[in-house]
Structure formats: C-alpha cells, structure tokens
Design a protein around this ligand. Structure first.
Ligand SMILES: NC(=O)c1ccc[n+]([C@@H]2O[C@H](COP(=O)([O-])OP(=O)(O)OC[C@H]3O[C@@H](n4cnc5c(N)ncnc54)[C@H](O)[C@@H]3O)[C@@H](O)[C@H]2O)c1
Length: 280
C-alpha cells in the first residue's frame, strides 16, 4: 500500500500489509512502487475533500489530478494488470453540468473530474483496464474526526462531548450515507467484474437519501445522548440540495447491492469510536 499518511492512519492497516510511505504526486515514488508488478490496483489516495481543497488548491491538484495521471501512466507500463479502480466522488454528480459550463465550485471537484477524464483516456487507448466508481458519503469505523473529515464522525465526537451539532444550511438537504463495508464490497465487485471496464461510472451508495436533520437525530440516538442542533449558513460551494446514488449500473454490471442500514452503520461506528477514544 502506497500512502503518505496525511489523513490515513497506520493503525487501520491489517497485519501483513506492507506500507510504503510516499506520495502519489511524486513520479519517482510511483514508478518505484509500481515496478514491483501488480495484477490489481485500487487508486484511492486523495487529498480530502471539498473544503480542504478550497483552502489548499495546489496540494489538492498534486494528489488528485497529477497523482492520478502518474498512477495511470505507471499502470500502463505493467504487464498482466487486470484492473485499475479509480475512486471518484458523488460531489460530481449533479454539479457536473454546471462545472463544465461555469467551472466547478471546488478544486476537489475539478481535480477528481480531471482524474476521471484521464482514467477514460488511458482506458480508451487500451493502456489500462480502468473502472471508475463514485462514492456517496462514506462513514464508518477507521475514520478519525478532524476539521476536514466527514460529518458522521465529527458529530459522534460532538455528541459524546455534549456539544450541539452544527448544521450548515437548514437541515433539509439530503445525502446518501453509506457504510464503509458496503463501499468496500462495491469497490471490489466493480473492480473485478468483466462488464465494468468501459466508459460508465458506477455510483456506490445506499440509494436512499437522508436529511441532515434526520442524520443529527440518528447520531444522537446511536450515542444515547441528546445535545440538539445549531444552524449556520450553508457553505458557499455547497449548492446541492438533494443527493442519492443510482444503483442501477452497479447492480446490473457488478451484481452488487448494499447491506447495512444507516441505523446499523451508526451503531457500529459509535461502538468503534468508543473503543478507540475511550476518554471521550
Ligand atoms: N469518504 C467519502 O465519503 C468519500 C466520498 C467520495 C469519494 N471519496 C474518495 O474515496 C477515496 C478514499 O477516501 P477516504 O474517505 O478513505 O479518505 P482518506 O483521507 O481516509 O483516504 C485517503 C488516503 O489517501 C492518503 N493520501 C492523501 N494524499 C496522498 C498522496 N499525495 N499520496 C499518497 N497518499 C495520499 C491519505 O493519507 C489517506 O490514507 C478518496 O479518493 C476520496 O476522494 C471518499
């Protein structure tokens, strides 16, 4: 595994997995790692995510756009590569038309879309057997809270500290919150299916939308504590009111469907959180 550990954690690696600490934006590092030869590549390394990219656009470009091109270029030189899985984002779905016409509302969207375009190019010329997935709001064990991390883990931390949950917007916005085990099984299913290597992009989510207000209730229920919510204005780049995955293609071409309900997933995530951060 190649990771620079900017947002990843060594503790999340299963025993026996070798970690090469290095940067996908560095051509020499990527070439040195890929020289070992692989039959499957899962390219998930990324500068995460929208707000972070607005604050650090150059770092975002280096990891997400340049890093993806370097990985694809290195993969094109491998013999026997069966699959190259590129992890893209649901942020593009819905924002894509406006992004192409007017410019994306964050550098992260632009850099992830750049990755998708290069992935298509390398597949089209027959150099790399690319599959592309877009993840919808992944959450679950293994994610540490932090300024640029996802809402679920940051809200678990807040509830357990007894602080109110800050909602940016009016809480009626919807998202499709997807448990990490489902994202993993969907990723592998798409990567290994013979039908998925083509121009299509596979959406991985639950197919269900949940309002942010409802999420706040469910997180409090899962933590067994009520802290309430406070509303603040929406972030300038966050224009999408509703978002949910369309699972038609993932079902049809990869035979995949998600299994974990939001309630179950939140209980498991809170249990993991309590075990890892017992003092909080
Ligand atoms: N979590 C979500 O809701 C979500 C949604 C859509 C897409 N994605 C995509 O899924 C992938 C995984 O996301 P995640 O939520 O696990 O985030 P994450 O931050 O936990 O994982 C990204 C990993 O990439 C590593 N990394 C960052 N920059 C790197 C670089 N330049 N070189 C090498 N390693 C680098 C980080 O240390 C981290 O381990 C990313 O590509 C992300 O864009 C995630």
């Amino acid at each position: 595994m190649l990771d620079n550990l900017t947002s990843g954690h060594r503790q999340n690696l299963p025993p026996g997995v070798e970690l090469v600490r290095g940067d996908v934006g560095d051509a020499k590092t990527v070439a040195r790692v890929l020289k070992r030869g692989f039959d499957e590549i899962y390219h998930l390394a990324a500068f995460f995510a929208n707000q972070n990219s607005c604050d650090h656009p150059v770092d975002d470009f280096r990891s997400n756009a340049l890093g993806t091109v370097l990985m694809l270029e290195g993969a094109a030189k491998l013999r026997g590569l069966k699959t190259f899985l590129f992890a893209s984002t649901s942020s593009l779905t819905g924002d894509l038309d406006e992004g192409l016409a007017e410019g994306f509302s964050t550098p992260y969207m632009a850099s992830k879309f750049t990755g998708e375009l290069y992935a298509r190019y390398y597949r089209r010329v027959g150099a790399v057997p690319v599959r592309t997935v877009r993840y919808y709001n992944c959450y679950g064990p293994g994610e540490w809270p932090g300024r640029y991390r996802n809402v679920v883990v940051n809200w678990i931390e807040k509830v357990l500290k007894g602080e109110p949950l800050g909602i940016t917007g009016d809480g009626r916005e919807t998202r499709d919150f997807t448990y990490v085990d489902d994202i993993v099984s969907g990723t592998i299913a798409v990567a290994r299916s013979k039908k998925t290597c083509g121009p299509r992009v596979y959406q991985l989510g639950t197919g269900k939308e949940t309002t942010i207000k409802r999420l706040a209730e469910l997180v409090q229920e899962a933590c067994g504590r009520t802290v309430g919510v406070s509303l603040t204005p929406r972030r300038g780049w966050d224009k999408t009111m509703r978002r949910r995955a369309d699972l038609t293609l993932a079902r049809r071409d990869a035979g995949w469907k998600p299994k974990v309900s939001l309630e179950q997933g939140l209980w498991r995530t809170v249990a993991w959180y309590r075990a890892h951060f017992p003092s909080k």
